[in-house]
Design a protein around this ligand. Structure first.
Ligand SMILES: *[C@@H]1O[C@H](CO)[C@@H](O)[C@H](O)[C@H]1NC(C)=O
Ligand SMILES: *[C@@H]1O[C@H](CO)[C@@H](O)[C@H](O)[C@H]1NC(C)=O
Ligand SMILES: *[C@@H]1O[C@H](CO)[C@@H](O)[C@H](O)[C@H]1NC(C)=O
Ligand SMILES: *[C@@H]1O[C@H](CO)[C@@H](O)[C@H](O)[C@H]1NC(C)=O
Length: 390
């Protein structure tokens, strides 16, 4: 049976109704159409102008009544809301508490496309007590790549970083709190760094570094590696020992189960989505705060365990920061002036490990390395152009 084309007929009627073909004899259709259009157009303008004038008068008189311009808006152009200061706060200092900051930092726009040209950036977040002995090396690494990275420094609250105006570290300290190594305050500092970096909507990847970390590849290599990675780089493994599963507290059950407990290096790399998840998490965090106490080390377990529970598929489960535990003991090896040779840096860039990057095997597994003593700075600066290519 054939369907009756009801809709089509109605459409045809409508389109012919719009401008009746010949309302009066003698006047050509074209002229009528023009005249009607003109009348409508002029009427529209007049109506629009009257309404606008009335509206403006009403609106300004009302706002003047409640917010007199002279008191509330001395420099209206400057104080007017604009997107720029919202998507990239120009000043890192603020008066927000952690609760306020975390709330604001975890806001996610519902519209997927950005209403501005967003070039994704890598946020380099330095967690230190104070000085950053390798900042001249990092400055050389960053040189010429403005707009593709941002720097954040969390130091002890009363510490003032003294760097020159043209350094990438200038004015990059965030409001900080005291940190007790081995306690949950270290996780708080990591979340604080993430949250401050999240305020800049262009930051896409977030790397945590210490004052003893150095880059072992040049900026373009590091940038491409991180920005194009399908996974984040948080070391995560299950270790059946007193330093692994032994640190699990049964009071975390059943929210966190022993089988979900993971261990990994504190020096993480996260994409924006995971960074937001971690800043927003309270449930898992509060269990660590209450039940991961000395000698549990929340910084070695919280993020690996959280990701394993909720976002395992997005984690490469390995770190991009090289470190040497081969000497044994509670602390990794620390390298000073005499250790720095071309061969040594080359052996970090490719130490024989084959890892997986976007499901393909690669020998580029480590982009950064620790730990280095301040005396290593000078010989490292000598090697940047020959080995590290920056
Ligand atoms: C900062 O560093 C400069 C140059 O190294 C030095 O002259 C100045 O005294 C330092 N300022 C402070 C407050 O330490
Ligand atoms: C990392 O471990 C998780 C389990 O937590 C797993 O689902 C994921 O596939 C692993 N990632 C890679 C790249 O193998
Ligand atoms: C490469 O370095 C890592 C330390 O980050 C170490 O675990 C690994 O065993 C090293 N690989 C080789 C082949 O020496
Ligand atoms: C670094 O290079 C300079 C100039 O080539 C040289 O004088 C200095 O001895 C070198 N320092 C080290 C530690 O290699």
């Amino acid at each position: 049976m054939e369907m009756k084309p009801i809709l089509k007929t109605r459409e045809d009627e409508n389109s012919t109704d719009y401008f009746p073909p010949s309302p009066r004899k003698g006047l050509p259709f074209g002229f009528m159409k023009l005249a009607c259009g003109l009348v409508l157009f002029m009427g529209g303008i007049i109506l629009g102008m009257t309404m606008r004038a009335r509206f403006n008068w009403y609106f300004t008189s009302q706002t003047e009544l409640f917010f007199p311009e002279t008191i509330y808006c001395t420099d209206c152009d400057r104080e007017a809301m604009d997107l720029r200061s919202f998507v990239k706060p120009s000043n890192l200092m603020h008066k927000m508490t952690d609760d306020e900051l975390f709330w604001r930092a975890t806001m996610v726009p519902k519209i997927e496309d950005y209403p501005f040209k967003r070039v994704p950036k890598v946020a380099f977040m330095f967690l230190t007590r104070g000085p950053l002995p390798f900042y001249p090396l990092w400055d050389r690494f960053f040189k010429g790549h403005k707009g593709l990275f941002s720097v954040y420094v969390h130091a002890l609250p009363d510490y003032k970083l003294n760097v020159s105006r043209n350094s990438a570290f200038y004015g990059r300290q965030i409001p900080s709190e005291d940190v007790q190594w081995g306690s949950v305050t270290l996780v708080d500092a990591e979340k604080r760094l993430l949250a401050n970096a999240l305020l800049d909507f262009s930051n896409e990847r977030f790397v945590l570094l210490s004052e003893s970390c150095i880059p072992v590849f040049n900026f373009p290599t590091v940038y491409e590696y991180l920005i194009n990675s399908a996974h984040s780089f948080v070391q995560s493994y299950d270790e059946d020992s007193s330093r692994g599963r032994g640190r699990y507290n049964t009071r975390m059950y059943p929210t966190i189960m022993l089988s979900q407990w993971r261990k990994g290096s504190q020096w993480f790399e996260l994409n924006r989505r995971l960074a937001i998840d971690i800043v927003a998490d309270y449930k898992c965090y509060s269990l660590f705060q209450r039940h991961c106490r000395p000698s549990c080390y929340p910084d070695e377990h919280y993020i690996p365990t959280y990701l394993n529970m909720f976002r395992g598929a997005l984690n490469a489960n390995r770190s991009v920061t090289w470190v040497d535990w081969s000497r044994g003991g509670p602390h990794p090896a620390r390298y000073g002036r005499e250790s720095i040779t071309q061969g040594f840096i080359e052996s970090i860039r490719n130490n024989g490990t084959i890892c997986t990057y976007n499901n393909e095997p690669t020998s580029v597994c480590y982009l950064f390395a620790r730990k280095f003593a301040p005396s290593a700075l000078e010989p490292l600066l000598n090697l940047t152009s020959t080995v590290m290519d920056f």
